[in-house]
Design a protein around this ligand. Structure first.
Ligand SMILES: NC(=O)c1ccc[n+]([C@@H]2O[C@H](COP(=O)([O-])OP(=O)(O)OC[C@H]3O[C@@H](n4cnc5c(N)ncnc54)[C@H](O)[C@@H]3O)[C@@H](O)[C@H]2O)c1
Length: 440
């Protein structure tokens, strides 16, 4: 099939690369010229395991191309995906500016029948808005070209995005047109050999499914973090409690790891957008609002533990941070808990030595107003620090050289925001080990 993808970020680029890998002819577009020029040179704008090879190989084969020109894309495709950002607006709702700009351009420039697919995460009712914007532009041109609008939310996880896209748990497609659903089914058939994974429904339910899925996962995270905070106060150990409840397969082990709060480009903005959607429809979502509130407080937990160790005045005290991205396997810094922690340390007068395997450049952008010392090696970041805070659980932090760490550090507070180690094991190495959800 001939496919266009508008927006070449985490979702658009992965989708374009995976569709082209399956033998489709794909054109990927972005308004960011530098990004498109770099992609043509094989320079990938984001860190996502396996993406660079897929993009380079398919570009060289001619099954994947890049452009900034919508006039190159639209006449040569039958399905066009909208995969631009839907960031959090000032009031917490989803900002639809980019999606509706794309819809306007499609209406202004399309010349052949199209299936327009919303892959961006958008509030319920957005497909109707996209449809009416395109219709409005077509009527201004005084022409009638058939098109349909489909909702096809994306469920990939950054850090494992290629695997998720190639082997999805489910493909959700919302459309009111049987022929369009059939075309979408054919497009996704190489990814869903088991047809049960293709779920078609009405458009509004498909739009809502994405928010409900993210809100459910965020709820599990805030739930376990709240239980961890209670454990700490009553002298229970969240690491045991987690295993105790996860063994009940109605609960399961996934997404019940205690930590320093969820971040990233999806959960914070999607939870917030869902709260807004509910309020706009005269419903106050008590549970989901609390999920958000618990998460905001949880992002401050590591700083509180740090000041409990070093005192409230951190003036001149050097602290190392291992891991900056919001989770391992990505360089994405959007809403990362490390940002909250670093800002708090600096405002209390502390000095921050930071290390991350992939996210340093992104961190420099998100913390451009902050004076942070960045290191390209995790041990160098420990030179004369009084405390180490582990924020992101990259694999390389799982089995570090504890002897070398101790040699570098001037004091041995080790605050683990991801509960990676057994307390007894780390204490035997001579560290003052502090975890989340365990009394210290
Ligand atoms: N990142 C994820 O893990 C993930 C997962 C599932 C769903 N989503 C959703 O997918 C959507 C995209 O997210 P992302 O993380 O890929 O965003 P992103 O910010 O990484 O990429 C968006 C891209 O769109 C481009 N763009 C903006 N306006 C444009 C226009 N008018 N024409 C062409 N390109 C334009 C930007 O330059 C940017 O490259 C969002 O709605 C997000 O919520 C993201």
């Amino acid at each position: 099939m001939k496919i266009g993808v508008i927006g070449s970020g985490y979702v658009g680029l992965v989708a374009a690369a995976c569709f082209s890998e399956m033998g489709n002819k794909v054109i990927c577009l972005d308004i960011d010229e530098e990004k498109i020029n770099n992609l043509k040179l094989g320079i990938i704008p984001i860190y996502e395991p396996g993406l660079d090879t897929l993009v380079k190989e398919n570009y060289q084969k001619g099954s994947l191309d890049f452009t900034t020109d919508i006039q190159v894309l639209l006449p040569n495709v039958e399905i066009v995906f909208i995969a631009v950002g839907t960031p959090m607006g000032q009031d917490g709702s989803a900002d639809l500016r980019y999606v509706l700009n794309v819809a306007t351009t499609i209406g202004q420039k399309m010349s052949n029948p199209l299936i327009v697919v919303n892959k961006s995460t958008v509030p319920v009712g957005t497909a109707d808005k996209v449809k009416s914007v395109i219709n409005h532009e077509l009527s201004k041109r005084n022409i009638n070209i058939p098109f349909s609008v489909v909702s096809n939310p994306e469920f990939l996880k950054e850090g494992d995005a290629i695997n998720d896209f190639m082997h999805p748990d489910r493909i959700v497609v919302g459309s009111d047109d049987a022929e369009t659903i059939n075309t979408m089914k054919n497009l996704y058939s190489p990814f869903t050999i088991n047809n049960d994974r293709f779920i078609s429904m009405d458009i509004r339910s498909a739009e809502m499914t994405k928010y409900a899925a993210n809100a459910m996962l965020a709820t599990k995270i805030s739930f376990i973090n709240e239980v961890a905070n209670i454990c700490e106060r009553v002298g229970a150990d969240i690491n045991n409690v987690r295993i105790g409840i996860g063994s009940d397969n109605r609960i399961g082990y996934k997404f019940i790891y205690p930590g320093c709060g969820y971040g990233g480009s999806c959960f914070p903005k999607d939870v917030s957008a869902l709260i807004n959607i509910a309020k706009e429809h005269d419903y106050y979502p008590n549970l989901i609002s609390s999920v958000e509130e618990v998460n905001m407080l949880q992002k401050e937990v590591l700083f509180k533990k740090l000041t409990k160790c070093l005192g409230n005045d951190l003036k001149g005290k050097k602290i190392a941070i291992w891991g900056l991205s919001f989770k391992p396997g990505t360089d994405d810094m959007r809403e990362a808990p490390s940002i909250t922690l670093i800002r708090s340390i600096l405002s209390a007068g502390g000095i921050v030595n930071a290390y991350d395997p992939k996210a340093v450049n992104e961190a420099k952008f998100y913390l451009k107003d902050c004076n942070v010392n960045y290191f390209s090696d995790k041990y160098s970041a420990l030179e004369k620090v009084e405390a180490l805070v582990l924020v992101t659980e990259w694999k390389e932090f799982r089995s570090p050289d504890f002897i070398l760490m101790k040699k570098k550090m001037s004091d041995y507070f080790f605050i683990d925001g991801r509960n990676q180690f057994k307390t007894k094991f780390i204490k035997e190495k001579g560290f003052k080990y502090i975890q989340i959800g365990v009394k210290s």
